[in-house]
Design a protein around this ligand. Structure first.
Ligand SMILES: CC(=O)N[C@H]1[C@@H](OP(=O)(O)OP(=O)(O)OC[C@H]2O[C@@H](n3ccc(=O)[nH]c3=O)[C@H](O)[C@@H]2O)O[C@H](CO)[C@@H](O)[C@@H]1O
Length: 363
């Protein structure tokens, strides 16, 4: 199979694409893969590192309201579609898969103009603007949350879950935690604010860090690369504590998360796919700054099932984080119930399902 994969901007769009590619290569060793992203997005750092062929195009996101800036965007869209079409023609794929983010718009649209089958994957419970626009042109649509199917044409939409679930469920890497200087005998709380970090979570952590010192559980925190320097002094002070490890970004997140007992994080869809595939209880702080408040909807789906507690961004403090962590850790029954609910939400064959959807386009 020759496949072009596109998706980018943030980790939430890139990691599912990489997880699917890795599964595809495992079961179809001859598969030829080309990834199209942008220079600026996180994909330009992590896709080449994964050893994949990577090409870039210039893209600009659509604004919600009409403005002179948007007219420029339309011209840019036409230009980037032409760039994408040239790459697609040269590679001549059987199929093009898009996992969201601005970059997937010109690539999927361009492929559909060239009559090449396309599949888009929507990770969130409420679709983003790019996938809503592309839903008219895509051959098939795969969704990570059942709720998202309501926004797309029924006849071409399939529930697959998020490929990161299947990938992370197979991982068991105890050594990852020792690399952080942590103990295998203590409960581990993993905390981060999505792939880029979140200011509000960093501020709450500055308040919480002194209070984590000497606790009978350990804390691994990723601040996000753009925030690390801002709080460096505090982070360096507490990083030397035996039960605290602080990093700007965790590259081997799958391995680290597989050792976690509780997750505290934003409610990005890919993070939620990961945590449920491992059956880990979570404390979610949905970002209020995303399209259609989709993180609140993502988090509510997990809360409803009993797998997560929610702290709203407005009420977030260091003390609230600690209180909720200890509420779960100190109550064995609550812990087990949340963990059982979490694993029930996991879709452990998500890449198998996505490949089925792709193969149906090729019949
Ligand atoms: C602000 C914003 O627009 N957020 C969106 C973006 O988030 P974002 O990129 O933050 O998405 P997710 O939380 O879904 O995924 C983050 C990914 O980064 C990984 N990770 C995180 C921290 C770290 O140090 N190392 C690491 O590898 C996580 O394990 C996960 O795989 O895409 C998601 C998926 O469409 C959406 O649901 C989010 O609403």
């Amino acid at each position: 199979m020759r496949i072009i994969v596109t998706g980018g901007g943030t980790g939430g769009h890139v990691y599912p694409a990489l997880a699917f590619i890795s599964y595809l290569k495992k079961i179809t060793p001859g598969a030829e893969v080309l990834y199209i992203g942008t220079e600026k997005g996180l994909e330009s750092k992590i896709v080449p590192k994964a050893g994949l062929s990577f090409e870039t195009i210039d893209v600009q996101g659509l604004k919600r309201s009409m403005s002179p800036q948007n007219i420029k965007t339309i011209f840019k869209f036409i230009k980037s579609t032409n760039q994408a079409k040239k790459i697609i023609k040269d590679f001549s794929p059987d199929i093009v898969l898009g996992t969201g983010g601005y970059v997937s718009a010109p690539v999927i649209y361009g492929a559909s103009r060239l009559n090449i089958p396309t599949v888009i994957h929507e990770q969130n419970s409420i679709p983003g603007m790019t996938n809503k626009f592309l839903s008219r042109f895509a051959t098939k649509i795969a969704v990570g949350f059942q709720e998202a199917a309501n926004y797309f044409p029924e006849e071409k939409t399939h529930f697959t879950g998020n490929p990161r679930s299947q990938e992370i469920a197979d991982i068991d890497a105890e050594e990852a935690i020792s690399e952080f200087g942590m103990s295998l005998d203590k409960k581990t709380v993993l905390i981060f604010g999505g792939s880029r970090g979140a200011l509000k979570i960093n501020q709450a952590m500055v308040e919480a860090l002194p209070k984590f010192v000497g606790k009978n559980y350990q804390v691994i925190y990723a601040s996000g690369e753009i925030y690390y320097n801002e709080f460096k002094e505090v982070f360096e002070k507490y990083n030397i504590e035996p039960n605290i490890a602080i990093r700007s970004y965790i590259e081997n997140m799958s391995e680290v998360m597989s050792n976690a007992d509780i997750l505290v994080s934003r409610a990005g869809a890919t993070t939620l796919a990961e945590v449920t595939s491992l059956g880990i209880p979570s404390i979610l702080i949905p970002s209020p700054y995303v399209t259609a408040d989709h993180q609140t909807k993502n988090a509510e789906a997990l809360k409803k099932s009993g797998a997560a507690l929610i702290i709203t961004d407005a009420e977030l403090t260091g003390d609230k984080i600690i209180k909720q962590i200890e509420r779960i850790l100190d109550d064995g029954k609550m812990y087990r119930n949340m963990s059982d609910a979490s694993i029930r939400e996991g879709v452990l064959d998500s890449s198998v399902r996505l490949l089925k959807v792709i193969n149906r386009c090729l019949e």
